[in-house]
Design a protein around this ligand. Sequence first.
Ligand SMILES: [Fe+2]
Length: 146
Amino acid sequence: MKQLHDQLNKIVATQGVLFTKLHQHHWYVKGPNFFTLHEKFEELYDEVNAQFDEFAERLLTIGGHPYSTLAEFIEHSSIKEAPYTDKVPAEEMVKTVLADFELAVKDLEKGIELAGEAGDDDTEDLCIGYKTSLEKHMWMLQYYLD
Ligand SMILES: [Fe+2]
């Protein structure tokens, strides 16, 4: 159970950083696709925010203690952030989101495995649902790039 708690907490931390990072893209994206991507990044951080809360509350429900500080999120997140200094092409931002979603999916796959081992169907279901949604976004982002 400890392993499952730790993994859910890692998912919480990753979403915490992802939420901020998507705001960075939302604020700084430039170029002819500004309106499309500005809006898409907002849609994505809204979903990430909802899942961030969902996973933290699931962890509480099963007796765990979600991280609740920015320092903890940064320390335990699977994805890394960086300050926006030089102009980043819009396409690079989309590629970054794709790479970050891939890491978030890996977190969720581990969560599915551990929840399965613990016989926790609800947590497993939560992980599967979010993974399915992220993978759909990844397909769309990849088609955007193609
Ligand atoms: Fe905004």
